[in-house]
Design a protein around this ligand. Sequence first.
Ligand SMILES: NC(=O)c1ccc[n+]([C@@H]2O[C@H](COP(=O)([O-])OP(=O)(O)OC[C@H]3O[C@@H](n4cnc5c(N)ncnc54)[C@H](OP(=O)(O)O)[C@@H]3O)[C@@H](O)[C@H]2O)c1
Length: 258
Amino acid sequence: MHIDLADSNILVTGASRGIGKEIVRQLHASGATVALHYGRSKAEAETIATELGSRVHLVQGDLEHVDESIAVWERGLAALGRIDVIINNAGTSIHSAIDTDTRVWARDWQRTTNVNLLACGILSKLFVEHTVAAHAAGTPTGGRLINIASRAAFRGDTEDYIAYAASKGGVVAMTRSIARAFGKRGVKAFTIAPGWVMTDMAKQFMDEGGAETVLSELALPTLTEPTDVAPMIVLLASGLADHATGCTIDINAASYVH
Ligand SMILES: NC(=O)c1ccc[n+]([C@@H]2O[C@H](COP(=O)([O-])OP(=O)(O)OC[C@H]3O[C@@H](n4cnc5c(N)ncnc54)[C@H](OP(=O)(O)O)[C@@H]3O)[C@@H](O)[C@H]2O)c1
């Protein structure tokens, strides 16, 4: 199988670190032109852009806020001209114990859902509008929406990360809705649901001695790396799997099979 993304313009959120960074690398290696979004990690984003050279545009924006989320879309579109594929990968996980002061707990909930669900929803909506308009005008685009959820959406999470699990459950329901509603108007929508992946997000848990627990849950002998997740995104972005629209793909080394 040969994957050539030379005609694809792709916006990837949260690509300064972790899974998103590897997604950008692999999409770029397949020929795509990418808009690499980052929030606070400007230096990291610039380092990747330098490493990749051409066909990379940097797009900044804090996805905790509605106006900035809209601006991320506008900046990405201005840089790329047309967006064939969007990968909503940016995410946050905030430790918030159930006995935390309720107002603080609610603020953690709000920040989590703003980034993981609302920003993902805003960018998905703008992408759908862009794709449907191009389809109606007879100039169809790639029309592939790929949202990164989590195993937590299905298995649930620990008591300290209830908002995280809830936000990812929302991402799954939203993505499925879009796949069902807009397929005949050019949109394909996919969800990726990873288990633990070795990034900064997983580091705190691992540092607290969780690495052995995580490994013991897996059916495979090694922990999951960003390089184990990114190839599936390249495949979905290529259009070779369009009839899987609406699906959720688990990448959790059989730690949760449902
Ligand atoms: N790692 C795991 O075990 C795991 C498991 C299941 C699902 N996931 C999901 O996979 C995705 C990537 O996770 P990761 O492990 O690669 O995380 P990570 O290493 O912590 O990186 C998170 C990325 O999201 C961006 N981001 C976070 N908050 C942001 C905000 N308010 N505004 C703009 N950008 C923001 C960060 O950008 P800056 O640093 O530039 O601000 C960074 O590029 C997330 O959706 C996560 O929920 C991860």
